[in-house]
Design a protein around this ligand. Structure first.
Ligand SMILES: NC(=O)c1ccc[n+]([C@@H]2O[C@H](COP(=O)([O-])OP(=O)(O)OC[C@H]3O[C@@H](n4cnc5c(N)ncnc54)[C@H](OP(=O)(O)O)[C@@H]3O)[C@@H](O)[C@H]2O)c1
Length: 278
């Protein structure tokens, strides 16, 4: 059985669809903290539980041989120990490209520590290291819905933003295919896209112009910190323009190599998710 945690999230939702479509004969189970609010594809068993609640975690893990896990969503050491005890053989972990590009950031250091725990766990592993997600632009949805400008300090820096469904497609291959144990996959979109281009793509999907105002980093930090906290706000600003490395800008063809299908452009994500900005 494959246990998908983060099953209601940006990656988890398409992952369950890909796993169903893969025709795998292994049973699929999806974990959520609130079963009443979650909906999963037919044939997927829903279990309610919290990674931080050992009893519910043990119930969810019973019979699992593969585990899909997002770094940073629970007490990783306890989660991996419980998985090992339950007989899990292979873990696909969503890590981050920042463990290579920005290991000094606290957010990246924590993810790297989770990778290290998994490598030392005795279970087989596959590390997915995506760059920034297209879905991060949902942070702009309140402003766009209210017809206010999106306020950004670094509008013209291009980064190879990834569609979360591409991470899901790679994860599905890693969970069901034979050749992914011990692999570390850097994952990016098909090419660089600037924040200004993202705003324009959302405008095109909405059928109206979305205004953008360039602000200072200090102003952007104050606004972002209110939503995500001080340290994460600094990390996000570094990673979207304040502290960019060639490695963060690099485009990788891993999605196409693993899945056989090219990575999706941001404009596709914008079209598929326009309703969230309306
Ligand atoms: N955003 C980026 O640019 C970026 C870049 C690189 C890596 N990452 C990594 O990507 C991952 C986020 O993926 P995502 O966007 O798909 O997630 P997401 O949409 O934010 O959803 C989070 C998921 O985690 C589940 N969850 C949270 N806390 C939980 C808990 N205590 N117990 C059980 N489940 C819990 C939620 O389930 P319920 O609410 O249903 O319980 C939900 O399904 C993180 O590991 C992050 O570090 C993100």
């Amino acid at each position: 059985m494959i246990l998908v945690t983060g099953a209601t999230g940006n990656i988890g939702r398409p992952l369950l669809r890909y796993l169903r479509a893969s025709g795998t004969d292994r049973p699929l189970r999806a974990l959520t903290r609130d079963r009443a609010r979650a909906s999963f594809p037919d044939g997927v068993e829903a279990v309610e539980g919290d990674l931080a609640d050992p009893a519910s975690l043990d119930r969810a893990l019973t019979g699992a041989r593969s585990l899909f896990l997002l770094a940073g969503t629970g007490p990783e050491e306890a989660v991996l120990a419980a998985a090992r005890r339950a007989g899990v053989e292979h873990v696909v972990l969503v890590s981050s490209i920042t463990v290579r590009t920005h290991p000094h950031l606290p957010t990246a250091a924590r993810v790297l520590a989770t990778e290290d725990l998994l490598r030392a766990s005795g279970m087989a592993w596959t590390m997915l290291r995506p760059t920034q997600f297209a879905s991060n632009t949902l942070l702009w949805s309140d402003a766009i819905r209210a017809h206010r400008p999106v306020r950004l300090p670094y509008p013209d820096l291009g980064l190879p933003t990834i569609h979360p469904a591409d991470i899901a497609a790679v994860a599905a291959s890693a969970l069901t295919g034979p050749d992914h144990h011990g692999r570390t996959y850097p994952l990016t979109g098909p090419g660089p896209v600037t924040a200004r281009e993202q705003v324009a793509a959302l405008g095109a999907a909405l059928g109206r112009e979305v205004p953008l105002t360039v602000v200072s980093r200090k102003e952007a930090h104050e606004e972002l910190a209110a939503a995500v906290g001080d340290a994460v706000a600094h990390a996000m600003l570094d990673l979207t323009g304040g502290d960019i490395t060639d490695e963060l800008r690099a485009v990788h063809d891993t999605v196409e190599r693993v899945t056989g299908t090219p990575a999706r452009p941001f404009a596709q994500w914008a079209t598929e998710n326009a309703a969230a900005f309306r």
